[in-house]
Design a protein around this ligand. Structure first.
Ligand code: GLU
Length: 599
């Protein structure tokens, strides 16, 4: 969403930290731009308020990690249907001092009570419908966002969590202007939200979404942020906020007078205080693939982002895309993506063994996969997964497609600071509006991330790597990516979009690295997402631009928009180029600390 900034709220949210700007100074609202070029640090999000908060932290001497946490906490207020402390995400960090890339897995975890058949209706023996599972306690995973923030700050930040929650708390307390996106995200969830007393009270005052142009306040969330600031994350994971999370999952807060009729029973589930107390973030090694002399670092398990983007790049590296027409390059991009998705669906889940991951990202395996691509025709889809067993040779050639999950929720942000540190962070509550339940009195929505598990086996007689299990984390597609050139940052990109995240990140990289586009052009270009399905989902402009000239065998289904990306490029002359979507999802929230170099 893109709330118009209530400047007073942000001005009041000045931080008592750092000294780059006098404490009284009013942080200027950044112009709502899709591209900003300059020095001293940069922030790109899909929301002007969050970008303003992140920029202010940088201006006051905070680093990229501080700014990323403050911006993310603000997105929890202004983009509550996409992200917040009821959800999870993946944080990728480049540390300028050590020149190393680190990651935090703050993905939601299944409670101990979850089983392989939790999403199968015991009375019919059939998997639940998506919405039936989503709007229930069953879909809520143990949230990881707050611990991600704490752990990022503890390890690499220079400010406290309490300090970084402050600006967001003020936005929640003082309010922001409701825009059309915010109102329409509520309208799109009206019946689901209307089933719960807490959600209706916050988001459906008088049974309707709040009016566009009005001021939206969330005092309960402000109080929750204040409580966490005062008492630390234990108040969530071992204290009263956590108790309320558990109570909400176990006893969904039914509305006395529901708005509309929800077609399914609303099922409770068994998350417990012990599940919350047992939650830990993880710090996996990033995935790495070398692509045309660059090092591409991505998110490892339980995300499939790093391996799928990396494998597709490795396949594409077998071809000289630069010497091809744009249409041929897009043909190869679509085919490589289908091949990588076949492997992701067959092999990647929270518990995938390391050696399988290594093989999936090996050049030898990519060569074997690449030889399946025919320049003159599209492969019939779905393509079969390969066998990443270390013994590669000729080409082998049917598998189940997993083409669901093209939703438009989640949010992404990119931050760089004056010291050269970089954060690429994708966070989510899964579907727009999560599981529909605001935790009563706490002001935040719970996630429905566990619906990212497969509800029933998808791989025929082969094992499915993404079935639910106790404590397991559902497979994600989130792909926060940092690209280094000679060990130094060159690009950082990420996007929301469910499984289209993988293809959008891949397409942006191909656009920028191979097709000669600038980063803003690479973000703006029309998108297509081939996920090993019979048809490729694509924006209308992509279809008009390419469908007629592509080799035979491609089929397209039109979708209005794919993703809402952000990115930063580190230009050769030392400037930072922050890029946000010019149009998709409101976009335009890129900013730099200074337009001119300091001397
Ligand atoms: N739950 C999705 C994932 O982890 C992200 C949801 C979205 O971006 O719409 O892959």
């Amino acid at each position: 969403m893109r709330p118009r900034l209530i400047t007073a709220a942000i001005a009041a949210a000045t931080l008592v930290v750092g000294a780059a700007v006098p404490a009284q100074a009013k942080p200027a609202e950044p112009p709502k731009e899709a591209t900003a070029v300059g020095y001293g640090g940069a922030v790109s999000t899909v929301d002007a308020t969050a970008t303003a908060v992140g920029l202010d932290v940088l201006r006051r001497g905070g680093n990229a990690v501080d700014a990323a946490v403050a911006a993310a906490a603000t997105l929890g207020v202004t983009e509550p249907f996409s992200a917040g402390i009821g959800g999870g995400g993946f944080f990728v960090y480049y540390d300028a001092k050590t020149r190393r890339v680190h990651t935090i897995d703050g993905r939601e975890a299944a409670p101990a009570s979850m089983t392989e058949t939790s999403f199968v209706n015991p009375s019919t023996g059939r998997p639940y419908q998506f919405d039936e599972a989503r709007i229930s306690g069953l879909s809520a995973g143990v949230p990881g966002t707050l611990l991600t923030w704490r752990d990022a700050l503890d390890r690499w930040g220079t400010r406290s969590l309490a300090q970084m929650l402050k600006p967001a708390e003020r936005v929640a307390e003082d309010g922001f202007t409701v825009d059309e996106t915010f109102a329409s995200q509520i309208a799109g969830n009206q019946t689901a939200f209307g089933q719960f007393s807490s959600t209706s009270a916050l988001y459906l005052p008088g049974g309707q979404p709040p009016a566009v142009g009005g001021t939206f306040r969330n005092p309960d969330l402000a109080a929750t942020y204040r409580l966490i600031a005062k008492r630390g994350t234990d108040v969530f994971y071992r204290g009263e906020v956590g108790r309320d999370v558990v109570a909400t999952v176990q006893h969904p807060p039914a509305a006395a007078q529901p708005v509309g009729t929800w077609p399914y029973p609303i099922r409770p589930a068994g998350m417990t205080a012990a599940d919350l107390a047992g939650y830990r973030t993880r710090f996996p090694e990033p995935t790495r693939s070398d692509y045309r002399g660059l090092e591409v670092y991505g998110m490892s398990l339980p995300s499939s982002g790093g391996t799928a983007v990396g494998e597709a790049l490795n396949i594409l590296e077998q071809f000289n895309l630069r010497s091809m027409t744009a249409t041929q390059a897009m043909h190869h991009y679509l085919e490589a993506s289908a091949l990588a998705f076949a492997d992701r669906n067959r092999y990647v889940g929270d518990h995938t063994p390391r050696d399988v991951l290594r093989e999936l990202l090996s050049d030898a395996y990519a060569r074997e996969r690449a030889c399946l691509i025919d320049a003159a025709a599209a492969l019939p889809k779905p393509v079969a997964p390969g066998v990443p067993d270390g013994a590669y040779g000729g080409c082998s050639a049917a598998a189940a497609a997993d083409t669901r999950d093209d939703r438009k929720s989640t949010t992404n942000l990119t931050v760089a600071d004056r010291w050269g540190n970089v954060v690429e962070y994708t966070l989510t509550i899964e579907a727009t509006g999560g599981n529909g339940m605001v935790v009563p009195g706490r002001g935040f929505l719970l996630n429905n991330e566990l619906t990212d598990f497969n509800f029933a086996p998808t791989q025929g007689t082969a094992p499915d790597p993404n079935l639910p299990a106790p404590g397991k984390r559902p497979r994600s597609s989130m792909s926060p990516t940092i690209v280094l050139a000679d060990g130094r940052p060159f690009l950082a990109v990420g996007t929301p979009g469910g499984a289209t995240i993988i293809t959008t990140v891949l397409q942006m990289l191909v656009n920028r690295i191979d097709l000669g586009m600038t980063l803003p052009e690479a973000l703006a270009a029309p998108r297509a997402s081939q996920r090993n399905g019979a048809s490729t989902q694509a924006e209308p402009e992509f279809i008009t631009g390419y469908a007629a000239s592509l080799p035979p065998g491609h089929a397209f289904s039109a979708t209005e928009e794919i993703g809402a990306a952000t990115g930063i490029e580190f230009l050769a002359d030392g400037r930072l180029l922050a890029a946000a979507e010019p149009v998709r999802r409101g976009g335009r929230a890129a900013a730099v600390v200074g337009r001119w170099a300091r001397h």
